[in-house]
Design a protein around this ligand. Structure first.
Ligand code: NAP
Length: 583
């Protein structure tokens, strides 16, 4: 008679699936700091479909997406799933893992019970018409990231995956190393190999941003395996040796330059000339590192807003800048003259399809891809691992957590065909840059909401708006923001950064959400940046009121910041519209 629940580390006999399992759960009522949002619970072990596999998890990888899931921003992943009919009121995250197959659905042919596997995080419906006719699953409307957009990820004794997600585990890696690389390596693989004639090849030069980071460390190795030369960008010389051991020809310390950021307007002669001087210096530095006057024909991008202008500028004529994130912000400015005259390509890329994941895994199986695991944690430390990431106090490289494995360093059962030097990061290394903006920001869509149209009587936004912006800084305490709201009798406060740029809005709803699962004191001591809704929708004062109403209802927003000559001058809200209707 099988047990109903096995203790952690007590592995059930192969193929025996207990009714219940231990897991780290996130629930909506405790969205917030990862150390509070993640809690241990016992839940039913998930059942599987015909094309699915149940894997006993040995170790799980730590990624930013579950920091965001724990915080409940920018998407409440539980509510999103409930909306499409999934009943569970909890989230089990985890989008990277190594483990052992315990059960397979009746249509599964690529793995069997007992196989040691790693899993990639790309899921899609096999019944999707696009996929069925041979389309790239990455473009399928059914595509979802396992353990973020789907439930029953790897932070539990058992995880439910689609069979196509399972790939052989490299025998020379221990469980925690094997759980660390797939998400970042597959993303880097598609970026470098997935774009037809622009894909990396022997003799190419690649400029790799964040060379010591999760994606960058994989990109350097993938470029090397393709016979290309790479130049790694890092924030300090202490990381040069690490990137060179991974295969970079040379490195550049980005702190030697100060021209980063949004491109000055091309009509701003002085500003543009200063930027040009900076970016030319950066280009010369690339030549110096390469030892020849060659421009990178591939630029591996993810910092986004602060670096895209330079990436486009230094990219070779006919080359490609490929981007998968906007870690420093989403507004990437491009001097189009360089894009069209020199026929460069700015290509978006997101995760990878099944074929690409498996191509990447071949490198790992051969021993040509070090997982660059910088730190592994015990099961008990799972929330701490995510908190370190949220606070940007984690080391560079990739991190993982033991789940079923009873100790570090277990699970090695063979030697790789190729042996590489295992690089180590500088002692005490931690990130020094702000935590990234999420990659999963919901995009405004035409079909998002039915925009309401009101009769146009010629009223303009300026006729009804409230002049003056009531704002706070991102560091202002929630208590102070609440006082502003009450004293000024307003429903929302605009969050402005030190340059006077509106970066978000704290609304009454945000306040209520911040109080959930927290004491009044905890909620009051949070900062505006932690609870604000990022981004700030604006409209011109001369916009017709009817158009502003359509904009607000279409995007499900209650207010717009009003600008005159691009400067914020006031706010128009739905309350103002209602007041006008009543009058
Ligand atoms: P990571 O390990 O934190 O590495 C990012 C690196 O970027 C850091 O090591 C840092 O290196 C560098 N960096 C930070 N701020 C920078 C700035 N202002 N300018 C230039 N470089 C800067 O993160 P990761 O795992 O590589 O992921 C990077 C981004 O990609 C994240 O936003 C992540 O969410 C996203 N991502 C997207 C996908 C996808 O499928 N779309 C998949 C995986 C990851 P230095 O400080 O040494 O320069």
């Amino acid at each position: 008679m099988s047990k109903q629940l096995y203790e952690l580390g007590e592995r059930p006999p192969l193929g025996e699936v207990p009714e219940k399992m231990h897991a780290w759960l996130v629930r909506a009522e405790r969205f917030g700091k990862p150390t509070e949002a993640f809690q241990k619970e016992v839940v039913n072990t998930p059942s599987i479909g015909d094309d699915e596999v149940l894997v006993y998890v040995m170790a799980a990888g730590v990624n930013y997406n579950n920091v965001w899931a724990a915080m409940g921003i920018p998407v409440n992943v539980i509510a999103a799933r409930n909306k499409v009919g999934e009943p569970e009121d909890f989230h089990i995250g985890g989008s990277d893992a190594s483990g052992i197959v315990y059960k397979v659905g009746k249509d599964v042919t690529n793995v069997k019970v007992g196989d040691e596997v790693v899993m990639h995080c790309g899921t899609y419906s096999r019944n999707c018409a696009w996929v069925k006719k041979g389309g790239d699953p990455m473009y399928s409307p059914t595509f979802k990231i396992w353990g973020y957009e789907t439930n029953f990820g790897s932070f539990a004794q058992f995880t439910r995956v689609q069979a196509q997600q399972c790939m052989p585990k490299p025998k020379h890696m221990n469980w925690e190393e094997a759980a660390a690389y797939t998400l970042v390596a597959a993303t880097a693989w598609r970026m470098l190999h997935g774009w037809e004639s622009s894909s990396i090849k022997k003799g190419d030069v690649a400029l790799i941003w964040g060379g010591a980071g999760g994606l960058g460390s994989m990109a350097i190795q993938i470029a090397k395996a393709a016979g290309a030369t790479s130049v790694a960008m890092v924030s300090g010389e202490d990381k040069f040796d690490y990137c060179m051991k991974l295969g970079a020809k040379g490195c550049i310390n980005r702190n030697e330059f100060d021209h980063w950021g949004i491109l000055p307007h091309w009509k701003d002669n002085a500003g543009y000339a200063k930027w040009l001087k900076g970016v030319r210096g950066f280009g010369s530095k690339i030549w110096e590192v390469l030892g020849e006057k060659r421009a990178p024909n591939l630029v591996f991008e993810h910092p986004g807003e602060t670096t895209i202008p330079s990436s486009i500028f230094v990219c070779e004529t006919g080359g490609m800048v490929v981007v998968c994130a906007g870690t420093t912000g989403y507004n990437a400015t491009v001097d189009l003259r360089y894009l069209w005259m020199r026929q460069k390509r700015l290509q978006g890329s997101h995760f990878a399809n099944t074929v690409q994941c498996n191509e990447m895994n071949q490198l790992a199986l051969r021993g040509q891809l070090d997982p660059c695991m910088s730190r592994a944690f015990t099961y008990e430390e799972l929330p701490v691992a995510h908190q370190l990431m949220a606070d940007n106090k984690h080391p560079h490289g990739n991190m993982s957590v033991l789940i079923g494995a009873t100790g570090f360093g277990l699970g090695v059962s063979g030697k790789p065909a190729v042996t590489m030097v295992h690089p180590t990061l500088p002692k005490g290394d931690v990130h020094t840059t702000p935590a990234p903006y999420p990659i999963s920001a919901p995009l405004p869509d035409i079909a998002e909401a039915e925009a309401i149209t009101i009769a146009d009587d010629g009223t303009k936004v300026r006729d009804l708006m409230h002049r003056g912006i009531i704002s706070c800084t991102p560091d202002e305490s929630v208590g102070a923001v609440a006082k502003i709201m009450v004293d000024k009798e307003i429903h929302a406060v605009v969050v402005m950064d030190k340059d006077g740029k509106a970066i978000g809005v704290v609304s009454q709803t945000d306040m209520v959400l911040a109080r959930q699962g927290r004491t009044p004191d905890q909620a009051r001591s949070m900062q505006a940046r932690e609870i604000m809704t990022p981004g700030c929708a604006t409209c011109d004062a001369d916009l017709l009121l009817s158009e502003a109403v359509s904009l607000m209802t279409g995007r499900r927003m209650h207010r717009l910041v009003v600008t005159e000559k691009d400067l914020p001058v006031g706010v128009i809200s739905m309350t103002d519209v209602v007041r006008k209707i009543i009058e």
